[in-house]
Design a protein around this ligand. Sequence first.
Ligand SMILES: NC(=O)C1=CN([C@@H]2O[C@H](COP(=O)(O)OP(=O)(O)OC[C@H]3O[C@@H](n4cnc5c(N)ncnc54)[C@H](OP(=O)(O)O)[C@@H]3O)[C@@H](O)[C@H]2O)C=CC1
Ligand SMILES: CC(C)(CO)C(=O)C(=O)O
Length: 298
Amino acid sequence: MRIGVMGAGAVGCYYGALLARAGHAVTLIGRPALVTVVRQEGLRLQRADLDVQVAMQASQEPAALADAELVLFCVKSSDSEAAARALEDTLAPQAVVLSLQNGVDNPERIRAILPNPVVPAVVYVATEMAGPGHVLHHGRGELIAGPWEGCDAAQTQFAEAGIPLAIDAEVVQRQWQKLIINCAYNALSAVAQVNYGQLVQTEGVARLMQDVVDECLAVAAAQGLALTHPGMDAVLGLARGMAGQHSSTAQDLARGKPTEIEYINGHIVRLGERLGVATPANRALLVMVRVLENKAVH
Ligand SMILES: NC(=O)C1=CN([C@@H]2O[C@H](COP(=O)(O)OP(=O)(O)OC[C@H]3O[C@@H](n4cnc5c(N)ncnc54)[C@H](OP(=O)(O)O)[C@@H]3O)[C@@H](O)[C@H]2O)C=CC1
Ligand SMILES: CC(C)(CO)C(=O)C(=O)O
């Protein structure tokens, strides 16, 4: 398969490297430092069970994806429009765009710009860029995507590359389930600057997370999306499974990068306003992260 990666960061490089190792023609679209390293020495893929250099194409020019059959769309949510516009005059009309992003509205925002089939995917992985051209995997790697024409063949090819890909017609529900977890953890972890294990031990955190989850479910219901409550045991269970973890929002803030908070708690707050559902807990978390973002900028 000819595969393009739009946004060669932690997620794009991880999946791109696995697919390139399996023999697919992968082209990364990324920033200059990454492109230079990958062209010179390939991409370093480091995981508990392997540490390899993977040869693949890399470019700063989205035009390099002109013949891609599948595009892994892996920019942060705040960059979706700009990245989609950069691909507008390039992609073949039948190229399938797989949105490997957090949040629930990226596919819709990409579809507003690109005429291509745009498929939502939920990403369960923990990866980071440990340096230009060096992707470090910390755990998991499963994808859940909506169906598309040709998804059966892609599923087989992904499996051969070591990527578990489930196809689920109810992918929107799956996106919301992850959004709810992100709403409960990301901002709190960023504001408190402690890991999940410490976070949930503090009195009142579980109750606050419950309020956040209840608001998310009320907003989803007002939108006509019936979600089953994940159960607070499952929500708090994430902290037991990833006790040492800081949220991606906490990590973005620590690096002085914009966070995706507007697409996490911010999405719930805006939808709540539109649908007449009060979201005070989500709003407080959203505003606290905005304040920290502004503090980092000024
Ligand atoms: N990392 C993880 O473990 C997980 C991430 N996710 C989600 O996956 C998505 C991607 O996250 P992640 O990979 O961590 O993010 P990264 O910031 O590591 O990767 C995105 C990359 O795309 C680059 N980029 C943005 N716009 C363009 C453009 N127009 N042209 C070329 N390059 C561009 C960015 O450069 P620059 O920074 O210079 O703008 C950055 O290098 C997010 O929605 C995230 O929430 C989901 C689950 C786990
Ligand atoms: C699942 C979770 C909360 C893990 O850290 C995440 O997706 C994030 O940090 O953005």
